[in-house]
Structures are given as C-alpha cells and as structure tokens.
Design a protein around this ligand. Structure first.
Ligand code: PMP
Length: 280
C-alpha cells in the first residue's frame, strides 16, 4: 500500500513528519474522511466543501478541489481499493521553533491514505449508547485533529459496554463522539441543527435528503434529554457506519430494543442510494 505525504507516494512505514510539525505540537490541523464504494468516492463534493470550511476557519490554505480529486484518483489506483475510507489530513506545517502563533508563512503538511472497508447491505444489529455530558470545545463544526474530548468520551462509552457516547449540553442532545443522531417520535425525525456544537455530518445531510424523499418530516431541532424516555426510535449516522440503529440508551430500552420501522426504511434507502451511485 501507498500513502501520500507532501507530494510523495510512499510505504506507510516510511511516512514521517517533523516533530516540529504543528499537527504534532498543537494539533493545529484538520482532517476529512470520504467513503468509497466500488472505486468511486461517495458525496465527495460535500466532503471537500467541509474540508474547505475547516481549513478556512483556521486560515490554512487549501490546495483546491482539483488537487483533492486527483489525490482520490491516485489513492484508489495505487492501492487497488474498491470499497473503503479515504483519510485526508492537513496541518499548518512545521517551523523549527515552538510558538503558539506561527512565526512565518508555512507550507501545510498534507497526508492522505485509504483503507479498505467492506460495504454492508443488511440491517445492522441495534447498538447501545451511553448518555454523557459533552465535554468538548465550542467549535465542534471544525473537523479538527484535536480529538481529546472525543477519545475520552469514547473510552468512557467502551467501559460502559456502549458503541458510542450520546452527548448532551444542558437539556440538548448534540451528537455522538464520531456520529450524528436522529431521534424518531410520532413518525417525525429530530436531529440537532448544524451550529458550532456539532460536526455537520455528510451522512446526516444525506439521510435528511433521503427522509424528505420518503415524505418523512425532519426537524433540525435538538432532541431533549428530558424527552429521551419518549422517543420511538434512535439511530446514528456516520461515513463509516452509515445508518446505525440504536436499541438501548444506558439501561433504557428503546421499544423492544429492535431496529425501528423508520430506521429500517432509511437503512434501505441508504443502501439503494449506494447501489445507484455504484451503477451510475
Ligand atoms: N460527528 C462527529 C464528531 C464526527 O467525528 C463524525 C465523523 N466521524 C460525524 C459526526 C459524522 O460525520 P460524517 O457523516 O460526515 O462521517
């Protein structure tokens, strides 16, 4: 396998960056993950638009869409991967002195790799989430490589035997540590709005589109912690897990803990959109 680092295609074990890289010293960088089905990136333009917004928020220059599309093509060709996840990371770059504010204009460090991931076509087994206070910062809309909060929350969830922490601030459910959520109540979908408290998930956006096509009402309003016992269904979305049914929040079962009807409809709609993407 080959990875891309600053213009070179190299074996993963030879990919090295300076200890003065601001990604290493300050987590001064961003990343993006693009799913690939049958050798074609899925919703790539949306992922690249989010990459551009993350870079712009940090005033790190962007190489531009043609550069990223070229990288995607090369990554897939050189690694002969049909289904998987592309990883892009850009840090502000390196200079040989540690200073919070960069001292000069730096050349960003660009890293890209791809790893295989089998596409699934069934209905995933419902998973458990655990409710956790959202301890992250207030710019969760930036896809920052600084993921300490997310990691601590995920470690806690793992210790509770949960797939993902379901995060809240005050009475509002925000998102998962690496996913967005949809709550279903009385046939309508609820998900947190895309403000500074969540990452605007591309899968979230796509599921909203699919739900509207199915005639399901979608409200971009945060579901409330105080309403959690009243929801009919719950699922998470992310590029790697697509639509993941949730059957249990801590000790509270949702229904009988099975995959809900509307969730299943959206799982199937998502599979259908992958099929179209692969055959178009
Ligand atoms: N929220 C967070 C915090 C994430 O890290 C992710 C991505 N792993 C998501 C939501 C889901 O985003 P996407 O659907 O674009 O993968």
């Amino acid at each position: 396998t080959y990875v891309y680092l600053n213009g070179d295609w190299i074996a993963p074990e030879h990919a090295k960056v300076s200890v003065f890289d601001r990604g290493f010293l300050f987590a001064d960088g961003i990343y993006e993950v693009v799913p690939v089905y049958q050798g074609r990136p899925f919703l790539a333009e949306h992922h690249l638009a989010r990459l551009d917004r993350s870079l712009a928020a940090l005033a790190i220059p962007n190489h531009g869409d043609p550069f990223w599309y070229g990288l995607i093509e090369q990554l897939l060709a050189r690694n002969a991967i049909s289904d998987g996840l592309i990883y892009f990371q850009v840090t502000r770059g390196a200079e040989t002195q540690r200073s919070h504010l960069p001292l000069g204009t730096l050349t960003p460090t660009v890293f890209a790799s791809v790893s295989p991931l089998a596409v699934h076509w069934g209905v995933p087994t419902p998973a458990k989430v655990t409710l956790c206070e959202d301890i992250r910062w207030l710019r969760c809309d930036i896809k920052s490589i600084s993921l300490l909060g997310n990691i601590m929350l995920k470690q806690h969830a793992q210790a509770q035997g949960a797939m993902e922490p379901l995060l809240f601030r005050g009475d509002h459910i925000t998102e998962g540590a690496s996913s967005n959520y949809f709550a279903v109540k009385d046939g309508a979908l609820y998900t947190a709005p895309t403000d500074h408290l969540i990452l605007p998930g591309i899968t979230r956006m796509w599921v909203i589109e699919l739900a509207r096509q199915l005639g399901l009402p979608v409200y971009e309003q945060p579901f409330r912690v105080s309403e959690l016992t009243q929801l009919d269904e719950l699922f998470l979305t992310s590029s790697s897990r697509e639509v993941q049914p949730i059957g249990q929040i801590d000790d509270i079962m949702i229904g009988q803990g099975q995959c809900g009807k509307i969730t299943e409809q959206l799982v199937q709609a998502f599979h259908e959109s992958k099929r179209k993407h692969c055959s178009s």
